[in-house]
Design a binder for this molecule. Sequence first.
Ligand code: SF4
Ligand code: SF4
Length: 410
Amino acid sequence: MYKDQTLSELQGAVFRCVKCGMCRSICPVFQIEGSEASVARGRLALIEEFTRDKLKAGDNLARVLSSCIMCGRCQANCPNLVEVVKLIRSARAELVRFMGMPLSRKLIMELFYSRKRLYFAFKVGSWLQKFLLRRIPKERGLRLRYPIPLLNRGIAFPPIARDFFLHRYSSTRIAPNERMKVGFFAGCLINFVLPEIGISLLEVLTKNGVSVVVPAEQGCCGLPAFFSGMTELANRLNQKNLEAFQGLDIDVIVTACPTCGEALKEYYELVNKRGEKIEVLDISQFLWRYKKLFSFPKFTEGTLTYHDPCHLKHILGIYEEPRQLLKMIADGKFVEMDEADLCCGFGGLYSFFHSQTASAINKRKMKNIKATGANIVVTACPGCLIYLRHGIQQEKLPVKAKHLIEVLKG
Ligand code: SF4
Ligand code: SF4
């Protein structure tokens, strides 16, 4: 269940920051914007003032808090283990309580609760994109054809899929020679934008004797609503997903999106048919743990490099498994990039609302990818994949971006 910290809990936790400033060399936003208000130390100082009633809730504080991309790199490197992401998120929820939320954003978020309305909105979007957007070089993304208020013309929109993953693939896929059975939580980006990731996952698992249950009634994990301060909506979504997965005959749920993985691991209590807790594993963890069950085709198309999704590495601590899997198939053709765990700039809605900073962060990532000389950059997050492809197109790099499971499928 999603839960907010109270103001006094928030005040107590903010005190853990000893203001050493080590986060200044770590934060991707500070590297671009360079002001104290754009780094964990400065943001926490303002939250402290707010909790002591020395700073009023208002647009300035809201702007400072919304300018954090929530990558978690600072907290993963903080000597005092300050939970920066949780604190900023809780402060955002407090601000929503004081100031409310813009109606347009509230309506968009509420869409995610109603399955029917959400599917209808994406169907309409998929139809409208033919007229409102134009394709920028093949398969890479879409650009606004006409100016639309509030939307930046420089943003690359990922095309909405024609067939949504859950429409076509929700059911139980029984593997020939079944050795295990798992559940799959798809998440919105795989469902509506990149269904090929889910299709690859089903293929890899079932080919190797792992049956997969994909409940049709699953929906948004709720974390984007929770991060925006809409805790009540996040819990309604949580409840729906619990109903979809509760009581299934599985011990494990796999995810291919670190945001969904984080939500399910940290905020859900899932129980199977036998009343036992269901374990949630990122697909890289699952495949590495059970690698003896799997045979993967060798990678022969050049050189691979890997970009760490922020929430996978900095929040869930998963970074060895994807690398081990890639090294296993690449026969020495794997090369590390500099700052592999630096954000790509996506951050969900961050890249829409803070497109200039997001773009500048992305440029740095592109420079690091280019320096490796690799022709494939692999990641383990659909959101990163969208933004890496955007950057590659902008910089005209001779590189393809792929999800780990697509590379393992061969
Ligand atoms: S958040 Fe951590 S690293 Fe940053 S100033 Fe505070 S204690 Fe230091
Ligand atoms: S979560 Fe990321 S963007 Fe936010 S303060 Fe920490 S390092 Fe900077």
